[in-house]
Design a protein around this ligand. Structure first.
Ligand SMILES: Nc1ncnc2c1ncn2[C@@H]1O[C@H](COP(=O)(O)OP(=O)(O)OP(=O)(O)O)[C@@H](O)[C@H]1O
Length: 228
């Protein structure tokens, strides 16, 4: 589902004398259907950077990142913006640690949006959003409110609901259980297991060891590719 070849990344700080921060080089990696792989490495080794490159949030300085999209392989590192948006709409879901939403849009609409973008009928999309919000224990009285004032754990669950509603073929998860209590954490682990069962390929950053052990079949350590 993902095939990364010889990828390198550095940041150039244009506002600080164009200083260069090398992150990593020579990363090759693959992700298969139905597996969940944990991205590991010490703090600052580049886990989030790598994940953002897979989502085309950060550019790639070298190499290729092929994503299986509509039954063909597309290099997201060189894809044009329309292709990137289409890959994100149909193929690649991303659950980040932080909720970024437009103010005043109700939670239920934020969660239903990925389905609406795919052309699913509004009633059906809202019904599915209600199901997943209930499953993640977001109280019904909050569904019509913007999540911007929600607690950290509630916001994280809204992000998770949005990420899991559309049955993406690939999911990128950045610490999906970080702010959750034991019961909600277990619900998220169940959602991950269910996604794997339907063939979803998952790459996740899990600082939570037990969660990692529970759902991941292998780890991929980016430290070995750190630039010096
Ligand atoms: N937008 C950016 N601009 C400049 N440097 C950046 C940027 N994003 C990340 N970096 C640098 O890249 C390196 C890797 O950061 P990254 O956040 O990917 O690490 P990480 O392994 O996810 O760390 P942690 O486990 O602490 O979250 C760090 O040295 C960081 O300072």
């Amino acid at each position: 589902m993902i095939n990364v070849e010889n990828v390198a990344k550095h940041f150039t700080l244009h506002n600080q004398a164009s200083m260069t921060i090398p992150v990593f080089e020579g990363i090759s990696f693959f992700l298969n259907q139905g597996e969940c792989v944990a991205l590991t490495g010490e703090s600052g080794s580049g886990k989030s950077t790598f994940m953002r490159m897979l989502y085309a949030n950060y550019i790639c300085n070298k190499g290729s990142i092929h994503i299986r999209h509509n039954d063909r392989l597309v290099d997201i590192a060189t894809a044009d913006p329309h292709q990137v948006l289409d890959i994100r709409k149909r193929t690649l879901g991303y659950v980040s640690q932080f909720l970024r939403v437009i103010p005043r849009v109700p939670t239920i609409e934020i969660v239903a949006e990925p389905l609406l973008a795919l052309g699913v009928d509004k009633e059906q999309a809202i019904a599915k959003a209600q199901d997943i919000l209930a499953r993640l224990r977001i109280p019904e009285r909050l569904w019509s409110l913007s999540p911007l004032t929600f607690s950290g754990g509630e916001q994280q669950r809204v992000n998770i609901a949005r990420g899991f509603i559309a049955d993406y073929p690939i999911l990128l998860l950045d610490e999906p259980t970080a702010s959750l209590d034991a019961v909600n954490r277990q619900t998220v682990l169940d959602l991950i297991e269910q996604a794997k069962d339907r063939g979803c390929a998952i790459l996740g950053i899990f600082h939570d060891h037990e969660a990692r052990e529970a759902v991941c079949s292998r780890t991929f350590d980016v430290t070995q590719f750190q630039s010096v």
